[in-house]
Ligand binder design. Structure first.
Ligand SMILES: Nc1nc2c(c(=O)[nH]1)N[C@H]1C(S)=C(S)[C@@H](COP(=O)(O)OP(=O)(O)OC[C@H]3O[C@@H](n4cnc5c(=O)[nH]c(N)nc54)[C@H](O)[C@@H]3O)O[C@H]1N2
Ligand SMILES: Nc1nc2c(c(=O)[nH]1)N[C@H]1C(S)=C(S)[C@@H](COP(=O)(O)OP(=O)(O)OC[C@H]3O[C@@H](n4cnc5c(=O)[nH]c(N)nc54)[C@H](O)[C@@H]3O)O[C@H]1N2
Ligand SMILES: [Mo]
Length: 768
C-alpha cells in the first residue's frame, strides 16, 4: 500500500502536472464551460482579485498569469455544488463531525443562513432579520463589550474590514484576533521595531534588479506559484537564488513554466536555486548570524589590508543605530554554537555569506518557516540586520520581503483589524464617526481562546476563516468555543468551525470574490492590498451561488444597525448602498488613502506609501535599528531533549500542494511525491532505521511540553525524505492537536507550529 502512496517525483514544478491538476479540480467541482472564463478574469483590471495568495501581479493590467493553485482556489469557490439547508439538515452535527474537512467543503457553497437547533442536533434555516436580531440581543445583553470576540480571516476586503472594525469599536471592544496572529505577526512586530514599517519594502520591479535572492522558510511552488515566474526570470538572467529550507522543495529546485511554449513542448525547465542549504528546523537565526559573522570578519580583513570595505559604512553611519553593540555580540558568538544550532557546516555558512557579499543588491524573502517559532521575532530581526549591513534596504533591487498569505491579510491590518490599535488612529476614527473608541488593547488569537476557556469570552463572531481548525491545541480550542453562549460564522462553505457550536450557533453565508455584488447603488467592487502594498479593485463576474447570499459589507452593516440602533451616528445602510462611500470614509481616516476612489480606479491601482523604502525611519531612534540576539539554546526542543534517552524530534507543520490552509482540495502532495494520503510524516531514513522501523510504518505522535498535558495525533505513515536528521514535517490542520496553546513566539505570540518537540511510537490499531 505504501508503494502507491509514496512515489518519486522527478519532474520540475509547474508544467503539465499543473495543468492536469487544474483540469481535475474543474471537473470535480462540476464547473461548466464558464469556469474557464472565470479563471481568465482573475487579476484582470475589470475582473476579481484571485482569492488565492497575496503575491502581486507582474502588472495588474496585462495578461492572465496562469497559477495552478490560484485556479484551484477559484474552482473551489465557483463550484456547482450547493450545501442547501435541506442537504445539511439530513445530518446531525454529530454525524457531520465524523466526516473529513475535505468532505465538508465538498458539500459546496452555503445558500442560506442557518441556526443550530440543539434539540435535534441539526442546522435549520433562519431568516436574515431573525439572525441579526438574535446576535444583537446576545451582544447587547453582555455585561461588557469585551466579552465578545471578533475574528477575521485574511480574505476579507478592505471595505468589509473597515466597516467591521468600525462596528466592533462602536460596540466597544478591540477584541480582534485574526489569522495574522498565526501567520506574519512576528514580521510586522520585528520590522516595526527595526525599520519602522511592519511590511515588506520591495516591489516586483526590484526582483528584476536584484543580484541575489535569499529565500527562507517558504515553499513558493505550492503557496505562491506566481512567485516562481519571478524566480525563473531572475535565475535566467544569472541572479543568485539561495534557499534555506530543511526540506528539499521541488519548486525551489526546478520550474517548468506552463506559459512558456518552449519549455512545455521541449520539456525543458529552469533551475531555480543556485545554492540550497538544508538547515535544521529553527536553525535560521544561527545561520544568518553566522553569515553576518563571516561578513564582519571579511570586512575587518579588508580594512586591515586597505581594501574597499565590505559593510556599507556610509549607510550604517547615516541611517542606523546600535551597530557597535550588535557587531560586538556577533563577533562574540562562538562558531561551535552557530554550527550546532544551524545544522549546517561552517563552510556552507561561509559559502552563503560569500554569495551575500558578492551581490550588489539583495532581497530576502521569508514565509512561515521563519514566523512560527518561539524565536521568530529575533530571527526576522537577524535577517534585517544582514540586509542593513550592506545597505540592502530602501534602494532599487534590495530589501526585506515577508511573503504574505491570504489575499488581503495585509489590507485587513491596514484597515484597523488589530487588537492593539495606535492611539492616533483611534483619535481619527472617533473624530470621523463621532464616537469614543475603546482604548484598552483586545485579545489576539491565543488570548481569545484563553478568554473563552475562562468563560470571559461569551460571543464568538468570525468573519471568514476556520478558527477551530486553524488554531493550536485543537481539543482545548474546541472546548473553549463550546463554552460560548453564541458562535457565529460568516462563510462561503461548511467547515469544521461550524460544527464546534456554542450554546447557540449561526452560519451566515456570504458572496465570494468571484461573484457579482449588487447593492442599492448598483454593482460594487471591493479593494485589496497585496504583499507589496499595491491596492487595487476586485469585482466579481459570476452570478451569486444563491439569491439569499449577502456581501460581507452588507452583513456588517445590517448587524451594526441591528446591534447599535440609535446609539450609532453612522449611516450604516447608506454606506453599504455604494462602496464608494465606504472608500470616502477610509480616505477620511487614513492619510495614505487620500483620494482613494480616484486612485484605486486607475487600472492596476496604486501603491501605499512605505517610509522604510524611502529610508525614512519611523522607529524609536529615528534610525534603522540593529538588534543583537543570542543564538537560542534554550528553546522548547532543547528542553524536551534534555534528560531523555529516546529520540525527540522537532516537527514542522506545513501545507501540502492540494490544500488552502484548512481547505483541502485533494489528497495529493505532488511535488513531495505523496498521493492519496494526508496522514504522513516526512523523516530521514537514518532516523527510521534508528527507531527500528520501516518507511510505510504507521506511528502515533506525542508532543512534549512542560505543562504535562498529553497531546497526541494518531496514525501517520512514515515517509523517508530528504530532511535533516532529528527533523520531521507533517501537514496541518491534522497536527494542530500537538501545538500547546501556551507555546508561542516571544513578543508576537504566534503559535509555534513549525517547531513542536515530539516523540514517535508505533501505532496500534484498536480492535474493532
Ligand atoms: N495553495 C496555497 N497557497 C497558499 C496557502 C495554502 O495553504 N495553499 N496558504 C496561504 C497562507 S495563509 C500563507 S501564510 C502562505 C504560507 O506559505 P509558506 O510560508 O510557504 O507555508 P508552509 O507550507 O507552512 O511552509 C513553508 C516552508 O517552511 C519550511 N520550514 C519549516 N520549518 C522551517 C525552518 O525552521 N526554517 C526554514 N528555513 N524553513 C522551514 C517548510 O519546509 C516549507 O517549505 O501561503 C499562502 N498561499
Ligand atoms: N499547525 C499549523 N497551523 C496553522 C498554520 C500552520 O502553518 N501550521 N498556518 C496558520 C496560518 S499562516 C493562517 S493564515 C491560519 C489560517 O486560518 P483561517 O484564515 O482561519 O483559515 P482558512 O483555512 O484560510 O479559512 C477557510 C475558510 O474560509 C471561508 N471562506 C473562504 N472564502 C471566504 C470569503 O470570501 N468570505 C468568508 N467570509 N469566508 C470565506 C470558508 O468557509 C473556508 O472554510 O492558519 C494558521 N494555522
Ligand atoms: Mo497565513
Amino acid at each position: 500500500m505504501s508503494k502507491k502512496i509514496v512515489q518519486v517525483y522527478e519532474r520540475p514544478a509547474g508544467g503539465w502536472g499543473a495543468l492536469k491538476s487544474v483540469a481535475r479540480q474543474i471537473i470535480a467541482q462540476g464547473i461548466p464551460a464558464k469556469g474557464a472564463r472565470t479563471l481568465l478574469s482573475a487579476n484582470q483590471p475589470d475582473g476579481f482579485d484571485c482569492p488565492g495568495c497575496a503575491w502581486p501581479d507582474q502588472d495588474h493590467t496585462s495578461t492572465f498569469e496562469f497559477c495552478e493553485n490560484g485556479a484551484k482556489a477559484i474552482a473551489a469557490e465557483s463550484t456547482a455544488r450547493r450545501a442547501t439547508p435541506a442537504l445539511i439538515a439530513q445530518h446531525t452535527v454529530a454525524q457531520l463531525s465524523a466526516h473529513s474537512d475535505h468532505w465538508l467543503e465538498g458539500l459546496g457553497r452555503l445558500t442560506a443562513p442557518l441556526r443550530y437547533d440543539r434539540a435535534s442536533d441539526r442546522y435549520r434555516s433562519i431568516g436574515w432579520d431573525e439572525a441579526f436580531a438574535l446576535i444583537a440581543a446576545q451582544l447587547n445583553a453582555l455585561p461588557s463589550p469585551n466579552d465578545a470576540i471578533f475574528y477575521t480571516s485574511g480574505r476579507t476586503s478592505n471595505e468589509a474590514a473597515f466597516l467591521y472594525q468600525l462596528f466592533v469599536r462602536e460596540f466597544g471592544t478591540n477584541n480582534f484576533p485574526d489569522c495574522s496572529n498565526m501567520c506574519h505577526e512576528p514580521s510586522g512586530f520585528a520590522m516595526r521595531e527595526a525599520v519602522g514599517v511592519g511590511k515588506g519594502t520591495v516591489l516586483l520591479s526590484d526582483f528584476q534588479l536584484a543580484d541575489a535572492l535569499l529565500i527562507f522558510g517558504q515553499n513558493p511552488g505550492t503557496n505562491h506559484p506566481r512567485m516562481l515566474g519571478e524566480l525563473r526570470a531572475a535565475a535566467k538572467r544569472g541572479a543568485a537564488i539561495v534557499s534555506f529550507n530543511p526540506l528539499r522543495e521541488r519548486g525551489l529546485e526546478k520550474f517548468q513554466n506552463p506559459q512558456s511554449v518552449g519549455e512545455m513542448l521541449g520539456d525543458g525547465a529552469t533551475a531555480i536555486s543556485s545554492d540550497y542549504f538544508q538547515l535544521k528546523i529553527g536553525g535560521d537565526l544561527a545561520t544568518v548570524k553566522g553569515m553576518i559573522k563571516c561578513t564582519l570578519e571579511a570586512d575587518a580583513a579588508a580594512q586591515l589590508a586597505g581594501r574597499a570595505r565590505i559593510v556599507d559604512v556610509d549607510f550604517i553611519a547615516a541611517h542606523t543605530a546600535g551597530f557597535d553593540t550588535f557587531a560586538a555580540d556577533v563577533l562574540a558568538e562562538p562558531w561551535d554554537v552557530i554550527v550546532r544550532e544551524s545544522g549546517l557546516e561552517r563552510a556552507q555558512i561561509a559559502r552563503a555569506a560569500d554569495v551575500y557579499m558578492g551581490a550588489g543588491k539583495v532581497i530576502a524573502c521569508w514565509g512561515m518557516g521563519i514566523t512560527q517559532h518561539k524565536h521568530s521575532v529575533a530571527t526576522i530581526q537577524m535577517i534585517v540586520n544582514l540586509l542593513l549591513l550592506r545597505g540592502n534596504i530602501g534602494r532599487p533591487g534590495a530589501g526585506p520581503c515577508p511573503v504574505r498569505g491570504h489575499s488581503n491579510v495585509q489590507g485587513d491590518r491596514t484597515m484597523g483589524i488589530y487588537e492593539k490599535p495606535a492611539p492616533a488612529f483611534l483619535d481619527r476614527l472617533g473624530e470621523v464617526f463621532g464616537f469614543a473608541p475603546p482604548r484598552a488593547p483586545g485579545h489576539d488569537t491565543v488570548a481569545a481562546i484563553s478568554a473563552m476557556l475562562d468563560r470571559a469570552g461569551k460571543v464568538f463572531f468570525a468573519m471568514g476563516g476556520n478558527f477551530a481548525a486553524a488554531t493550536p491545541d485543537t481539543e482545548v480550542t474546541h472546548r473553549a468555543l463550546r463554552r460560548c453562549a453564541l458562535t457565529v460564522h460568516v462563510a462561503t462553505k461548511l467547515n469544521r468551525s461550524h460544527l464546534v457550536c456554542g450554546e447557540q450557533a449561526l452560519i451566515l453565508p456570504c458572496l465570494g470574490r468571484t461573484e457579482i455584488d449588487v447593492q442599492a447603488g448598483g454593482p460594487q467592487a471591493v479593494s485589496v492590498e497585496d504583499s507589496m502594498s499595491m491596492v487595487h479593485l476586485s469585482s466579481g463576474i459570476n452570478a451569486p451561488a444563491s439569491p439569499e447570499l449577502l456581501s460581507e459589507p452588507m452583513i456588517v452593516a445590517r448587524l451594526a444597525a441591528a446591534t447599535l440602533g440609535g446609539r450609532s451616528k453612522t449611516d450604516w445602510m447608506g454606506l453599504v448602498a455604494d462602496y464608494d462611500r465606504i472608500r470616502d470614509k477610509i480616505a477620511a481616516v487614513f492619510v495614505d488613502f487620500a483620494d482613494f476612489n480616484a486612485r484605486v480606479k486607475v487600472p492596476g491601482g496604486f501603491r501605499l506609501r512605505n517610509t522604510a523604502a524611502e529610508r525614512l525611519w519611523l522607529t524609536a531612534t529615528g534610525k534603522a535599528n540593529f538588534f543583537a540576539h543570542p543564538v537560542p539554546t534554550d528553546l522548547p526542543i532543547h528542553h524536551a531533549r534534555r534528560d531523555r534517552a529516546t529520540p525527540v524530534f522537532n516537527l514542522a507543520t506545513m501545507r501540502s500542494h492540494d490544500q488552502y490552509n484548512t481547505t483541502i482540495y485533494g489528497m495529493n502532495d505532488r511535488y513531495r511525491g505523496v498521493f492519496g494520503e494526508r496522514r504522513v510524516v516526512f523523516i530521514h531514513q537514518d532516523d527510521i532505521d534508528q527507531l527500528g522501523m520501516k518507511a510505510g510504518d504507521w506511528i502515533d505522535l506525542e508532543s512534549l511540553c512542560d505543562d504535562q498535558v498529553r497531546r497526541q495525533a494518531k496514525r501517520f505513515m512514515l515517509v523517508a525524505y530528504n530532511i535533516p536528521r532529528g527533523c520531521l514535517a507533517a501537514y496541518f490542520p491534522e497536527t494542530n492537536a500537538l501545538v500547546p496553546l501556551s507555546s508561542f513566539a516571544d513578543y508576537a505570540r504566534t503559535p509555534t507550529s513549525k517547531s513542536i518537540p515530539v516523540v514517535l511510537a508505533p501505532h496500534v490499531a484498536r480492535a474493532a
